[in-house]
Design a protein. Structure first.
Length: 84
């Protein structure tokens, strides 16, 4: 089986790294939504200085670095205990 790579954009959202989505369809901080690219695809994509590639096995193995986030766009402000 051919080795796959995640493509990282140099940006951050808080402490979260930004990854290329599947099919070059934008960016995500959720590694579960990140695209998995062949080495050839990764080399073609990573021509800009702000992009780099990591082996999927390496990133997937960093369990201590993977965190669950809560996306603010899905949290209803009406559910707050105290309102300003």
């Amino acid at each position: 089986m051919e080795e796959k790579y995640y493509i990282r954009n140099q940006g951050y959202l808080g402490n979260a790294l930004m990854w290329w989505k599947e099919g070059n369809n934008g960016y995500t901080c959720d590694i579960r939504q990140a695209g998995k690219y062949t080495k050839e695809q990764a080399e073609n994509i990573c021509k800009r200085p702000q992009d780099t590639a990591y082996k999927c096995d390496y990133i997937d193995g960093l369990l201590h670095a993977q965190k669950l986030i809560v996306d603010c766009q899905y949290v209803d402000d009406a559910e707050r205990l105290w309102k300003p």
